[in-house]
Design a protein around this ligand. Structure first.
Ligand code: SF4
Ligand code: SF4
Length: 68
């Protein structure tokens, strides 16, 4: 599953956009809100969740990743 952004917590800082290695997340500068633009490309590396100081990113890992 791709990351989910909690719009109520996101402050539009853009950190997740800058840190995602493959640009899955893009900051909507007008709305000051992170948007998951390419959900199918997510590697589940966890950087966006780890680096979000607002705790606005949730990642649900696919079951096959939890079995390894
Ligand atoms: S790092 Fe967190 S607060 Fe900043 S834009 Fe991304 S989701 Fe929003
Ligand atoms: S988990 Fe990694 S690849 Fe997926 S959106 Fe976050 S930073 Fe990008």
């Amino acid at each position: 599953m791709p990351p989910r952004i909690d719009a109520a917590k996101c402050n539009g800082c853009g950190t997740c956009d800058r840190h995602c290695p493959i640009d899955v997340i893009e900051l909507d500068k007008g709305k000051r809100l992170a948007v998951v633009k390419y959900p199918d490309e997510c590697w589940h590396c966890g950087s966006c969740r780890l680096d979000c100081k607002e705790g606005a990113v949730e990642i649900v890992f696919p079951p096959r990743m939890l079995l390894v």
